[in-house]
Design a protein around this ligand. Sequence first.
Ligand SMILES: NC(=O)c1ccc[n+]([C@@H]2O[C@H](COP(=O)([O-])OP(=O)(O)OC[C@H]3O[C@@H](n4cnc5c(N)ncnc54)[C@H](O)[C@@H]3O)[C@@H](O)[C@H]2O)c1
Ligand SMILES: [Zn+2]
Ligand SMILES: [Zn+2]
Length: 349
Amino acid sequence: MTVELPSTQRALVFDTWNGPLEVRQVPVPSPADDEILVKIEYSGICHSDLHVWLGDLKDMSVCPLVGGHEGAGSVVQIGKNVTGWQLGDKAGVKLMNFNCLNCEFCKKGHEPLCHHIQNYGFDRSGTFQEYLTIRGVDAAKINKDTNLAAAAPILCAGVTVYKALKESNVAPGQIIVLTGAGGGLGSLAIQYACAMGMRVVAMDHGSKEAHCKGLGAEWFVDAFETPDIVSHITKLTEGGPHGVINFAVARKPMEQAVEYVRKRGTVVFVGLPKDSKVTFDTTPFIFNAITIKGSIVGSRLDVDEAMEFVTRGIVKVPLELVKLEDVPAVYQRMLDGKINSRAVVDFSL
Ligand SMILES: NC(=O)c1ccc[n+]([C@@H]2O[C@H](COP(=O)([O-])OP(=O)(O)OC[C@H]3O[C@@H](n4cnc5c(N)ncnc54)[C@H](O)[C@@H]3O)[C@@H](O)[C@H]2O)c1
Ligand SMILES: [Zn+2]
Ligand SMILES: [Zn+2]
């Protein structure tokens, strides 16, 4: 089987941070010997793409750049040293690739911490284009029966929330607070948390209450209108939630989480607000034996496990399909807090 390939393709490019985002024709790359060429059919739009375009993560990104790091498509070309992939296989392109497989972190399964990592859509071309090369060992296998549009957001949002939920150490039957619960990561986190037996308090803008409850949240807290978040959540959860994950792109919910989390509870920071210097009183933090940690995407195995929930129909990704040209409008709605769940570029539109 061979696949006819064009010499050029559509890509969403920006030349300067916060500059125009333009759809341009760029060359279709050829895979190196250890790479496959993936025809991207869907690409989720992550708030991290917006951070990169705005220049919030300048020390980790380059421009000109093609953003995007939640790609799902099919294999159309295979380098001669690649094993385990066939033409036509469904493949996923995630954020972090090129880890060395050989350092302490790689060997322990903490691949995102490897010094050799390159980030698609940050410091090299990403998935807002029709064709992309990726090492065979980095691409994620996607079951042929899995809905590819639903698979795309799992390559970042899904794996990130799944890993962060594991990092929270919240047990089945215990309570977790998810801030930014109505957004891309949060919406998926509600479903993964429920599937993992956790009881969910969703926190976001009041307009997202029905959305969050519809996905399985037991309680909803309006992050903007509730007068005293700390005492409200402490009362609601009878002593504080066992864990908190901050997906909100804001500093204040991170500081509040440290105050209302239950004794011995865990606060996991995931959201990347530009203003990220938090202040909290360490004395109650010590006396309450709280754990605070960061969590960054997940390993290959985490991707596979997170994908399995979608393949089995346990996690249902509420999607909004958009055109490549619509990405700037999606960024604006993200900035306004008006995105419910994930917008995904459908390259056939
Ligand atoms: N650590 C990681 O591995 C990782 C991976 C992916 C994304 N991220 C980051 O996670 C964050 C969320 O990404 P996303 O794609 O879900 O964004 P999103 O824009 O889809 O969702 C953010 C949500 O937060 C809500 N929100 C904003 N301010 C809030 C506040 N003060 N309190 C409660 N809710 C608030 C918004 O209404 C929105 O629903 C971004 O900063 C992104 O860069 C981190
Ligand atoms: Zn992302
Ligand atoms: Zn390594």
